[in-house]
Structures are given as C-alpha cells and as structure tokens.
Design a binder for this molecule. Structure first.
Ligand SMILES: *Cc1c(COP(=O)(O)O)cnc(C)c1O
Length: 366
C-alpha cells in the first residue's frame, strides 16, 4: 500500500532529536508556558517574518481567539459579516459563527480554488468588516490584490494559514500578509506536532497582547481575570517537538514541491485535471496535491484496488453540513461541484521516488 501520509515515518526522520527535546521537558517538571513554548514562538515568528507569535491549543482556537480579540478591542461585533471562501474546511466557518459573526460564503477562483477579488465586491454590505482568505491545499491566495481590496473597503484580513506554513508571495510568507493569521500544527499538517497545537501570528501589538490574555483565562496576572477568556495554550512537549521540526520544514517542503512538479509534468490523462500554480512564485507548499475527476468514486476505487491510498478534502462543504441547516439552501454550484470531484493523492516528505512513479503510472493507465 502506498500510504496517503506516513506520520510515523515523518517523525522518525528526526526521532532522536525530538525525543531528546521532549525528554528535557519531562525532566524539567515545567509543562505549561515555559521556555520551550517561548523558544518556539520566537523561532516561528522569525520564520514567518512577523513581530508576534502566540502558541495556542489548536488551529481552530487560533482563529477563534483572533476574532474574539477583535471583539474585545471593539473592532468586530456580533452580526458583522465576514467574507470566507465557501470551499474551506469547516473550522474557518466555526470560528466566525462561534463569536456571533456571520459568514458570507464566496465561491473560489475556478483555477486555484482560492478566494480572489474577482466578483468580491458584489458580496459587500454595510456590515462587512473582515475577510478570511484560506490558503487551501498549501497555496497562498493572491494576497497582494486581496490586501489592496481590503484596504479600499476598510476590512480586517485574517488568514487561515493552517495548510500553508512557509508559502510565499513577493518574498512575504503566509502569516505575515493579513492583520492576523491562524496556524494549525495538527499532526498531519506540513508542520505537525505530536498532538494538537496551533499559533497566531500578527504584527499588531495590542492584538497580540489580547490574544495572549484571552488564551490564558483572560488573565495577565495570575488569579486576576480582566476579560472572559478561555484555556488555549500550546504545551511544552508540543513546542519541544515543533522547534525541532521547524528546522527541517523548508527541506521537507522542497521535497513536496519536487513531487508536485513531477506529478504535474508526468500525469497525462484527459479524465483528470491537475492543480494550477505558478512555479516561480513559491506560493504553494503542497500540503495536498488535489486532482479532479468527474467520476471520483470510480477513480478512488481504482486507486484503492491498486494499493494507493487517497482522501477527499472535503466531501461536504460547510454550508451543506447538518451543523449549518440555516445555510443548507444556499446555492454555491462551483463549491458543490468541487466537493464531488476533488481527490487528494499521496504527497509527503517521506514518499519514496518509486512510489511517486507508481502513482503516475497508475493514473496514466486509468
Ligand atoms: C486543519 C485546519 C484548521 C483547524 O486546525 P486544527 O488544529 O485541526 O484545529 C483550520 N483551517 C484549515 C483550512 C485547516 O486545514
């Protein structure tokens, strides 16, 4: 079986170093908000090129905390509308509705599946206060044009960077484009922990301080709670593992990009459409390599029978979920079509080259 993603093998690459770093935490007796988290926050802020990184419990919390902090700071309020691509993972939408804001679902660009300024104007109302571009599959949305649009219409920009660690446009990385950005370190993400983890990045001092406070029970000083916060902290063990893995992220990404380039050059089959990206821009870190096929169930069965594991990202768009019956009647034809056609094929920093070639061979025979 060619695995979709072999997490055991990914972490085994740096196993000795990760174990040593985690052992230091165990031996220290200090497990929450200590030196490992501080060191990781500094290293990740530096990696993204931002002033602040705040470790949090997971990617969803990163987005929720950003929106909560804007509410506390008076920049967002209940009922405000937030533009969001309709074809995202549900976490982006949950963050919006959790704080009482209203998601305005926007169809993505047909070629990249990303939020773009094309047609965005039509979704604006007097209540629109923010947009949340999602760098889906690892590809950065066109942030130069989105930021210009946001500036023109006075919108906050919150990036969902959960899939795009290290993706760049014009030399500027994911997490450093918007007013704030949420990252996930879920084990399967390009920078993955040994459990849940996440972070917020921002260049805004007041926002950073509010997020730190909100994520720690609303307290800056122990037992003094100035806002109604929550408990959402990155823990020392996850930070220890992440600091080791961050050093190798660019190397791992380079290999992902090499596989993607090979796939795109060698998969030749009229029944399949391949992802579109500009190779020169370094704007795609290939968290996922997603192809499309009109008969996806047929293709997935064929690959499964031939020992290639695939996954669908995502089979049901947020507005069609049972959790969101109030949006079930919205018509978003492109998003709905994508959800029936997309298929993610294996890509990872530990795939053997024979496996990459085998995937191509079988797709060309389909
Ligand atoms: C993974 C993911 C999240 C949520 O991250 P968790 O750490 O699982 O909470 C949010 N948005 C997108 C696009 C994701 O892929």
């Amino acid at each position: 079986m060619i695995k979709f993603l072999d997490l055991q093998k990914i972490n085994a690459q740096y196993g000795a170093e990760i174990k040593a770093s985690v052992q230091e935490v165990i031996d220290s007796g200090w497990y929450i908000l200590g030196n490992k988290v501080k060191a990781f926050e500094e290293a990740f802020a530096d990696y993204c090129g931002v002033k602040h990184c705040i470790g949090v419990a997971n990617g969803l919390d990163a987005l929720v905390l950003i929106l909560n902090a804007y509410v506390e700071l008076g920049k967002l309020k209940k009922g405000d509308e937030i533009l969001v691509p309709a074809n995202t993972y549900i976490a982006t939408v949950i963050a919006i509705t959790k704080v009482g804001c209203v998601p305005v679902f926007v169809e993505p660009d047909e070629a990249t599946y990303l939020l773009s300024t094309e047609g965005l104007q039509a979704h604006l109302s007097s209540k629109t206060k923010a947009m949340m571009p999602v760098h889906l599959y690892g590809q950065l949305a066109d942030m130069e044009s989105l930021m210009a649009f946001a500036k023109q219409h006075n919108l906050l920009v919150i990036e969902d960077s959960a899939q795009s660690h290290g993706a760049m446009q014009a030399g500027k990385k994911s997490g450093n484009w918007g007013h704030a950005s949420g990252f996930s370190f879920y084990p399967g993400k390009n920078l993955g922990a040994l459990g849940d983890g996440g972070a917020v990045t921002t260049n805004d001092d007041a926002l950073a301080e509010m997020i730190r406070t909100l994520g720690n029970y609303g307290s800056e000083k122990k037992y003094h709670n100035k806002v109604e916060g929550m408990n959402s902290r990155l823990d020392e063990i996850q930070a220890a593992a992440l600091t080791v893995k961050l050093k190798y992220l660019d190397k791992d990404t380079a290999y992902r990009r090499k596989i993607a380039q090979y796939y795109s050059q060698h998969i030749k089959n009229d029944k399949l459409s391949l992802p579109q990206w500009e190779e020169t821009k370094h704007n795609h870190v290939f968290h996922l390599y997603v192809i499309r096929c009109a008969d996806r169930p047929g293709l997935q069965d064929y690959l499964n029978v031939n020992h290639i594991q695939t996954i669908v990202h995502y089979p049901i768009p947020p507005h069609k979920q049972a959790a969101y019956t109030r949006y079930n009647n919205l018509k978003l034809p492109l998003t709905e079509k994508l959800s029936t056609e997309v298929l993610s094929i294996p890509i990872s920093p530990v795939m053997l080259w024979e496996e990459v070639e085998e995937v191509v061979r079988l797709l060309n025979l389909y």
